[in-house]
Design a protein around this ligand. Structure first.
Ligand code: SF4
Length: 334
């Protein structure tokens, strides 16, 4: 990554609301929009009050935001806002290179206040000392990545320099839809150290083919996510495709959210299905719920929106575009 690219990735992210206020101060804005995820809604109200105190009008987006993929620039623009403060996440880069910066958006990632460093310091002997490590994690803890790295190196571990992923703007940062930060350095490491909690993100990292030591500030210890732990889920998706392979009507779903609108993926999936003689119907919605897709007489949908949703559907089959490859394998045998 060139210096200019690095600067472009970083310049939209701020560490404190005061920094955002300072930046807004010099701008010719009258009204500012605000949005953020559940859990920090009281802070959003505080930020709105602070902005009002500074003489700005404000408008708040009611729906919770799951990621910066869902920037509500169009909504607040319709309300007459000149800029948007997106709280909770770092700037999101579109994987298909669609323009994500055609509006003034200020990103204020949320940093979780839990004592992550004590968990690492008290449990680091769980990590095999002969292993070269890659350091990755979720936004909430990436402000401590350098500290964690210094600590591990002081204990004699070799830690490989992190890189950004396809959609992320902090080195080592992973999202539910982007473990590129891990994949980019997987060939240089024996294992990953992950800063964060839950299985969802570590399992994405494990897809890079290495085990993951999870420094978990909720569980307050270090536990291991095995390498390639998503293999079973992928097999289940292949099975869903094979179960429906003789169905004539197939749906493709994408989102109208800017960062979840994957038109190239739609095109590729459509082509693949049409190659196999299917009738293909393309759907779009902001937030995607299974209930909306009942009643069309279609039993299987390809998810070209947030990949995190794929495993959430129960009655209808919902599969990722890559699961379609089994159509080739299966049909090839005929
Ligand atoms: S996992 Fe889904 S919600 Fe999260 S950033 Fe990616 S596309 Fe957005």
């Amino acid at each position: 990554m060139t210096g200019a690219q690095k600067q472009e990735r970083e310049q939209y992210n701020y560490e404190t609301f005061e920094e955002v206020l300072e930046e807004l101060d010099g701008k010719d804005y009258d009204k500012i929009g605000l949005q953020g995820p559940d859990g920090i809604k009281p802070q959003i109200i505080d930020f709105a009050s602070d902005l009002e105190d500074e003489g700005f009008e404000t408008v708040i987006v009611g729906a919770s935001t799951f990621g910066a993929c869902g920037i509500a620039d169009e909504k607040v623009n319709r309300m007459g806002a000149d800029a948007l403060v997106h709280v909770g996440h770092t700037r999101f880069l579109h994987p298909e290179k669609a323009d994500m910066k055609d509006y003034d958006v200020y990103y204020l990632p949320y940093r979780e206040n839990r004592d992550l460093m004590s968990v690492l310091e008290e449990n680091y002997d769980e990590i095999n000392e002969d292993e070269t490590l890659g350091l990755v994690g979720v936004t909430q803890y990436m402000d401590r990545a350098e500290k964690a790295r210094d600590f591990l190196e002081s204990k004699g571990f070799e830690v490989v320099e992190g890189k950004t992923g396809l959609r992320t703007s902090e080195p080592g940062q992973v999202l539910g839809c982007d473990a590129g930060a891990a994949h980019n350095i997987a060939h240089k490491v024996d294992a990953f150290v992950f800063l964060g909690s839950g299985h969802f993100h570590p399992s994405q990292v494990s897809e890079a083919g290495k085990k993951v030591y999870v420094v978990d500030p909720y569980e307050k210890h270090i536990w291991i996510e095995p390498a390639n732990s998503l293999d079973d889920e992928m097999q289940a998706e292949y099975a869903r495709v094979l179960k429906h392979k003789d169905k004539q009507k197939w749906g493709i779903v994408t989102s109208s959210k800017k960062g979840q609108n994957y038109m190239k993926a739609v095109e590729i999936a459509k082509e693949k299905l049409e190659e196999h003689g299917k009738d293909v119907y393309v759907f779009v919605e902001d937030r995607i719920f299974e209930a909306d897709y009942r009643g069309f007489g279609i039993d299987i949908y390809v998810n070209c929106a947030c990949p995190r949703m794929t495993k959430d559907w129960q009655d209808l089959a919902f599969v990722s575009p890559r699961a379609l490859k089994v159509l080739d394998d299966d049909f090839g045998e005929e």
